[in-house]
Write a protein that binds this ligand. Structure first.
Ligand code: CP
Length: 308
């Protein structure tokens, strides 16, 4: 396989396993480039990319921008907080105005699930979903599974638990799809109020006891509690959440086998994970961030070749 079957990357759900493998193999090449003294290639010269962020971001926005610059694309950045969206402009008008400036690709983050899918139906540019509300975050899942492949040699057959606020997490849904397509076994663990009612229909195991979940897995992906998306109290207090579901060093030391710790960021230290775990040799959190640039270079490079 030498190209993707899609012009947009809207989610993991509709990607085929061999498309994910193609993205990984392309990322391997770009990772080699990123480790050279000259980290730039001319692959996307004359391509213009708009990073359109309607929601806050540190890692994803910087990682996409760096990936685009390493590929020699021309880059423009849009942030809704300092834009005419504040004056009442619609999403479609905003993006059409950006496209009128001859933009080829749009990387978009939005708080509404389905916002990038809506854009893809109405405009010609390639769209990359950089996170749509509680729905999907495809490049995060790609960099997470790529990091597991790098650390453990393969994703197939591995046992991965996703811990925490599954209900509000786009990272969880995209990771479940990606891990299953690559042949991993997936468990989710968290308080019952933060687990979607029909989660078992996705073919995942459910465990409410964090110690049993960590004993079962080879990799634990710890998620942040997304207080900004919670419209009611799902647990009594952050202190209580941390007491029952926070991952700490004593817990890891008590396991029969060592496990790999992941976190998509941003971390709430002392809530879902303690600093001595986040900063330990078991954690690959910064390797995930490093791999994000190579994965996003691969996605942009592969999509840029598809115009219809
Ligand atoms: N992991 C992630 O999406 O982080 P940001 O919200 O900082 O982009």
């Amino acid at each position: 396989m030498s190209q993707l079957n899609t012009k947009h990357l809207l989610g993991i759900k509709n990607l085929q396993p061999n498309e994910i493998e193609l993205i990984f193999e392309t990322a391997d090449n770009f990772k080699d480039v990123l480790n050279r003294p000259i980290k730039k290639v001319p692959s996307l010269r004359d391509i213009t990319i708009a990073n359109v962020f309607f929601e806050n971001s540190t890692r994803t926005r910087l990682s996409f921008e760096l990936a685009e610059k390493r590929l020699s694309a021309d880059v423009i950045n849009f942030s809704s907080s300092s834009s005419s969206v504040k004056k009442g402009e619609t999403l479609l008008d905003t993006v059409n105005n950006i496209l009128a400036m001859k933009v080829d690709m749009v990387v978009m983050r939005h708080s509404s699930p389905g916002a990038p899918h809506f854009l893809a139906r109405h405009i010609d540019a390639n769209i990359v979903n950089a996170g749509d509300g509680t729905h999907e975050h495809p490049t995060q899942a790609l960099l997470d599974t790529y990091s597991i492949r790098e650390k453990l040699g393969d994703v197939a057959g591995k046992k991965v638990v996703i811990v925490g606020d599954i209900l509000h997490s786009r990272v969880a849904l995209s990771n479940i799809f990606a891990l299953q397509k690559l042949g991993a076994e997936v468990m989710v663990c968290g308080p019952p109020t933060l687990l979607p009612k029909h989660i078992k229909e996705l073919g995942v195991k459910v465990e409410l006891d964090i110690k049993k979940a960590l004993e079962w897995c080879e990799v634990a992906n710890i998620l942040r509690i997304q207080l900004e998306r919670q419209k009611m109290a799902y647990f009594p207090s952050l202190r209580e959440y941390s007491q029952y579901y926070g991952v700490n060093k004593a817990m890891l030391d008590s396991l029969k086998n060592p496990i790999t710790i992941m976190h998509p960021g941003p971390i709430n230290r002392g809530v879902e994970i303690t600093s001595d775990v986040a900063d330990s040799d078991h954690a690959i959190i910064l390797q995930q961030v490093e791999n994000g640039v190579a994965i996003r270079m691969a996605v942009l490079y592969l999509l840029a070749g598809i115009t219809s």
